[in-house]
Design a protein. Sequence first.
Length: 38
Amino acid sequence: MYEEPEVAPSHYSGPTPATEAVNSEPGFAAPQESVTIL
């Protein structure tokens, strides 16, 4: 369930951030926090 919402906002942001998040495990946590703040 957490993977679905995380991938949705990541893709919307752009292909660059999405690739970085997948490359770095901690990177995924960074974008997730941003979504929560929004």
